[in-house]
Design a protein around this ligand. Structure first.
Ligand code: NOJ
Ligand code: CA
Length: 694
């Protein structure tokens, strides 16, 4: 589905080969604008290494590359370069849904062919891809004589930092990404101090390592974000931190069952190890490096998936006003409640509803060791008539989002995939939210290991056969697979809104989302579930609250991108509320997006133009600090007048002291106008801009 102008320039040229003092050859490849240069080559003992320069300054110092195996000697030293080739890629491709319609993919690729100088003379290739906003490195392991598969115990990809940068990080947990970000110097990263979180049903942090994306800022103000792209049939990568030498090194999630991290038949390519490099934090969000390093769309157009806002029988359970299970006598998923929600959705321009707790098995969920064979993905509880709810939804033009909580028993889920998805197909349901709460069964596998990476992929592929889109909770990290399989529509993979309802640590602080926008969000769409209006959770939760203002909850629909955006609060919170108009109006699929400003962990403002339309929406959020923001509206088309509705923090608004203070202003604006916005502490602003009829 490569549309529009598509051209691939292949230049077979040997570039920038030069002699190192040691007599060994290095090769360099630079970004199209020449600002980023990656140099690779061999050290005196034939060790493969590379370094990176940005605007003439070293940004990654000499770093080595290689592997350890179970049944073979390590690979990475004693090498010689036997060939190399560079290619220019310059193409455009279309997102079937997304933050923008057209994506530019313009970069230079260097492939280095390597061979061991001594027996067994193993060969492999190193691929380096350099863009104007960063670079990726991956290995392509080739078939060896007499060896048709490998057992990788560790990958040794290093990133030698040049200084003690400021980092925004979560621990390298093998089972969950639902941690708060810590801002610290690299020398102060202490992932082990994040063990034993009271709210996590699964967590395992074996090393002082971080999960990716991890974002950093240098003293000079350069922004770096480390991640991976195209994580396919491989273990997830954490980055081990040497706090003294400021060295990051890959540490793969292991399997205690096989005793290795990765088993693969040869030949194969590893995921890309990526580094986004930009002057401004805002440019990290605009970067398309991660999706560009994935394979083109294999599914073609996916008209059966429509980006949508959705309501859910969901927040009730997190507030404790209803339960997932039937036996409690206070079951949430009833036919009656679902129909009430469908009616409300239909009246309010919301395209779908999610119903959790509809199927049997919830009596045996959290806290149970033996969860194999418990959940059933086809049998509703007696008070929920699935067929009738689906029929009623269709009548009202409201889609159903199915829910499959696997309780981290993936084998049980895999056994039922075909029947569960056939049932959905029969009922015309095209999206499912999946969940993986708990320790993985079998014990010894982890959510982020190769075995689970393959499970999540199998689910996506099977779902695609049934025209079903996946929104995974407790997922594997996003690595741009949505380009190849655009039914990978959204995922959690962070501390979502739910923590505000029950976490004993006070929920997500105001700095959380201004950090997430520059870290987790670089990986891909986020099902954060915004839109809580009853910020203090009165009268349900005396000890919990959402730590933002109401206006910030609205701004999140624009700032935190997902093609499925929940209006998460109870219907009563929305009924008759003037600010609900923004949720009614806001689009979920975008022609283009522009990040207008931002600093990691502090604030960010994004403007997006709806797809197939002329309306624009702007969202701006801040952390604990109140701040005034000046916004030039020059992103709007010239000569067009817009009727703007501004949803702003009230003058006395404050995330803790007065979170629901807001005001709505109507203005007429054009591209030559400039707005002054005052964001309250923990606050935000949401703006809709509709072209005035001429
Ligand atoms: C955790 C998910 O994040 C949440 O959204 C869901 O309600 C529960 N699991 C139950 O599946
Ligand atoms: Ca979760």
């Amino acid at each position: 589905m490569l549309k529009g102008s598509f051209f691939l320039l292949i230049g077979l040229l040997l570039i920038n080969a030069c002699q190192m003092p040691s007599g060994h050859t290095t090769s360099s490849v630079s970004s199209p604008d020449g600002q980023i240069v990656v140099t690779t080559g061999l050290s005196g003992d034939g060790q493969l290494q590379y370094w990176v320069d940005f605007k003439g300054e070293r940004i990654i110092d000499t770093s080595t590359l290689g592997f350890s195996f179970r049944d073979q000697p390590p690979l990475g030293a004693g090498l010689s370069v036997i060939g190399e080739i560079t290619t220019t890629i310059n193409e455009e491709w279309t997102m079937p849904w997304g933050e923008q319609r057209v994506v530019k993919n313009h970069g230079q690729r260097l492939v280095l062919n390597l061979e061991e100088t001594a027996a067994p003379h193993r060969r492999f290739d190193l691929h380096i891809m350099v863009y104007n906003d960063g670079m990726g490195i991956r290995y392509h392991l080739l078939r060896q004589q007499g060896v048709d598969s490998v057992f990788i115990t560790e990958e040794h990809t290093q990133f030698q930092l040049t200084d003690d940068h400021t980092a925004w990080w979560i621990p390298g947990d093998w089972d969950i990404y639902e941690h708060l970000y810590t801002k610290s110097k690299v020398s102060e990263i202490d992932a082990l101090s994040k063990r034993d979180h009271p709210s996590l049903a699964q967590t395992y942090i074996p090393h002082n390592a971080v999960n990716t994306p991890v974002t950093m800022r240098t003293e000079e103000g350069v922004h770096l974000s480390f991640h991976e792209a195209n994580l396919t049939d491989y273990a997830g990568m954490t980055l081990k931190v040497d706090t003294e030498s400021h060295l990051l090194e890959s540490a793969l999630v292991q399997s205690d069952i096989t005793g290795v991290a990765v088993q693969r038949a040869l030949p194969f390519s590893t995921p890309w190890r990526t580094l986004q490099i930009t002057d401004h934090a805002a440019d990290l969000i605009e970067s398309n490096l991660i999706v560009n390093l994935n394979e083109p769309n294999r599914l073609g157009d996916v008209p059966w998936f429509q980006p949508t806002k959705y309501l859910g029988i969901w927040w009730d359970m997190h507030l404790g006003t209803k339960t997932w299970d039937y036996a409690s006598g206070n079951h949430g998923a009833t036919t009656e409640y679902a129909k009430e929600m469908i009616d409300f959705a239909a009246r309010n321009n919301i395209g779908a509803i999610l119903v959790e707790g509809w199927n049997t098995g919830w009596e045996h969920w959290i806290g149970f060791e033996d969860r194999e064979g418990v959940f059933d993905f086809i049998t509703p509880y007696p008070d929920y008539d699935l067929e009738e709810v689906a029929r009623y939804g269709k009548e009202k033009g409201v889609a159903l989002i199915m829910h499959h909580e696997t309780s981290a028993a993936p084998r049980t889920y895999e056994q039922q995939l075909d029947t569960a998805y056939s049932l959905m197909e029969k009922l015309g349901i095209h999206a499912v939210k999946t969940g993986y709460v708990g320790k993985i069964i079998p014990k010894g596998e982890y959510h982020h290991g190769q075995w689970m990476v393959n499970h999540y992929r199998k689910v996506l592929e099977k779902a695609a056969e049934h025209q079903i889109a996946i929104n995974a909770h407790e997922p594997i990290k996003a690595t741009g697979i949505r380009r190849t399989l655009p039914n990978a529509v959204s995922r959690e993979g962070l501390r979502g809104q739910e923590f505000n309802a029950w976490s004993p640590d006070g929920g997500n602080p105001p700095s959380h989302l201004p950090t997430v926008a520059f870290t987790r969000m670089l990986a891909g769409p986020i099902d954060y579930t915004p839109g809580i209006f009853n910020i203090k959770l009165d009268p349900y939760k005396a000890d919990n609250q959402v730590n933002t203002t109401l206006a910030q909850q609205l701004a999140l629909y624009v700032v935190i991108y997902s093609p499925v955006q929940m209006a998460a609060d109870l219907l009563d919170a929305y009924r008759g509320h003037p600010a609900f108009q923004f949720i009614r109006d806001v689009a979920v699929d975008w022609e283009q997006s522009q990040v207008l400003n931002g600093e990691v962990g502090e604030f960010v403002t994004i403007a997006r133009q709806e797809r197939n339309g002329d309306r624009w929406f702007v969202g701006s959020i801040t952390n604990e600090e109140a701040r005034d923001i000046t916004l030039a509206l020059d992103f709007l088309p010239e000569g067009q007048t817009f009727n703007a509705t501004l949803y702003l923090d009230g003058e006395d608004a404050h995330w803790d002291e007065n979170p629901t203070s807001y005001r709505i202003e109507n203005r007429t604006l054009t591209s030559s106008d400039t707005l002054q916005l005052s964001l309250a502490a923990g606050g935000g602003a949401a703006i809709s801009l509709f072209p005035a009829k001429q």
